[in-house]
Ligand binder design. Structure first.
Ligand SMILES: [Zn+2]
Length: 231
């Protein structure tokens, strides 16, 4: 809380990614029940932060309200290895908060209570960005996103240079129809959110990415941009 000193703990993005991958593998092994069943990474979706908490001996509890003065969405106490999450109607945001708070404890962030406050603006401290990075890698692991995205869309999409077919396929499952020019005019984030929610592309219907990973369109959009599938 109110940490301004240099961020301790793991901050290297590659290390954060490895940590998330290792945890996912552990969840997979437990689901496979000592080799009695074969489960693919794909079948793990959506990945559940609570599973990871149990594996690491972290207590994760839901509370009606964490702070009466401001909207605190989550709190991770490094001293007691305890995470408290505010119950909300926004399930997908809550899942991200759960993974974010796990990140604080698993990345060895400075002792104290890490609070996640709604609508925080401005530059965020390194520990907050590290926890977000962990949540992203944990809920939307690159190998699975790559596999699913490739299966659905086959190639990277540039919203300013779509073919007629691509524009048409993207709209097939949408109530609103966009032309190539419409796609070119919208912001990248707007475009990425559309890609995250469409339920077909050039053929058979599929489960939209936001449902498969059980994340918000905003989170999915960011991830697809970060992995350079969308530009
Ligand atoms: Zn945080």
């Amino acid at each position: 809380m109110g940490i301004s000193k240099k961020c301790a703990g793991i901050s290297d993005p590659r290390e954060i990614r490895l940590l998330a991958e290792k945890l996912i593998e552990e969840i997979l092994r437990i689901r496979e029940d000592g080799g009695n069943r074969r489960i693919s990474l794909f079948e793990l979706l959506p990945i559940v932060p609570r599973d990871a908490a149990i594996i690491r001996g972290i207590k994760m509890e839901e509370a009606e309200e964490l702070d009466s003065h401001r909207i605190v969405e989550g709190a991770a106490d490094t001293n007691t290895s305890r995470i408290r999450i505010a119950r909300t109607m926004l399930r997908r945001r809550q899942r991200f908060t759960e993974a974010h708070e796990l990140g604080h404890l698993l990345l060895g962030h400075p002792p104290g209570i890490h609070l996640r406050v709604a609508d925080e603006s401005g530059t965020r401290p390194p520990a907050e960005m590290g926890a977000d990075k962990f949540a992203t890698e944990f809920l939307m692991p690159e190998p699975i996103v790559t596999m699913v995205y490739g299966h659905y869309f086959e190639e990277a999409l540039n919203h300013r240079a779509l073919t007629e077919n691509q524009a048409y396929f993207l709209c097939a499952s949408l109530p609103q129809k966009f032309s190539r020019a419409d796609f070119a005019r919208m912001s990248l984030r707007e475009f990425s959110k559309i890609v995250s929610v469409v339920t077909s592309f050039g053929g058979a219907p599929f489960r939209p990415l936001v449902d498969l990973f059980d994340v918000s369109a905003e989170s999915m959009a960011r991830r697809l941009e970060e992995l350079r599938y969308l530009s």
